[in-house]
Ligand binder design. Sequence first.
Ligand code: SF4
Length: 293
Amino acid sequence: MKDEMDLVGMVIRPPSEADSILLQVTLGCSHGKCAFCGAYREKRFAIKPESTVFEDIDWAAAYCLRQRRVFLCDGDALILPQQRLLAILDRIRERLPWVTRVGSYANAKSLKRKTDAELAELVAHGLGLVYLGLESGDDKTLAAMGKHGDVALHVAQGRRAMAAGMKLSVSVVLGLAGPEGAEEHARLTGEALSAMDPDQAAALSLMLIPGTPLHDRWEAGLFTPPTQEQSLRELRALIAATNLSRGLFLSDHASNYLPLRIRLPRDKEEALTRIDAALAGQEALRPEWQRRL
Ligand code: SF4
């Protein structure tokens, strides 16, 4: 048995997967062109050999007896051919029978490549949750950021994932449209989240990462990131425009100034009141030096 799992380079996972077994099935992201994203810049996209993934599952079977969740890394495990992914899910079920949830990042392209029957088949074999990056509900902003697909595609693919039985968590990024586009970005993003109606929506705040195209644009004076106050105003406008039927809305990512964890629609007014208090200087905010991705 090898000494440790085969994790290549920086491995990223959502905050809620902090205690999960991180099983790396691909390297990097199959898209890799989003202007703000520095996640996998050092990796060339590749699907890892099945034998390596299976050895990692066997390692977890020996050493991860208390972890109840598995998260498939890196950026987009759903891009795997269906039979490869099913074989991994089956191996997890066989060797890690105590695991109660398998999650993965997804994007609109990889979801679209799967038929409804294939998505349902993944659920039947144990894939219970996908994290979809919408980033913005504004088509202009998605295009400016180099995101694959438009808002309608993301809404449709998110809804297909849920119809197949997956839980859906959708992330959006405050500040992506700069100060001049902030209001529209927030409103349209709230409307897109409402149309998707996911189980969970999470807002991150933009942080410029050296080496990314967006950082270059900022250095060239072509992009302005939001101030703390603008970011709070954008969060307020986003929540005001978001109507989920039963979902959680989170802004508790380490990049955010004001951590919120609210249930919509129940807690909307209370959240808006808290943001107003923060804008009036009556609520403590996360200091700049504590923010991170
Ligand atoms: S934001 Fe997501 S889809 Fe875009 S490059 Fe980064 S990991 Fe890939």
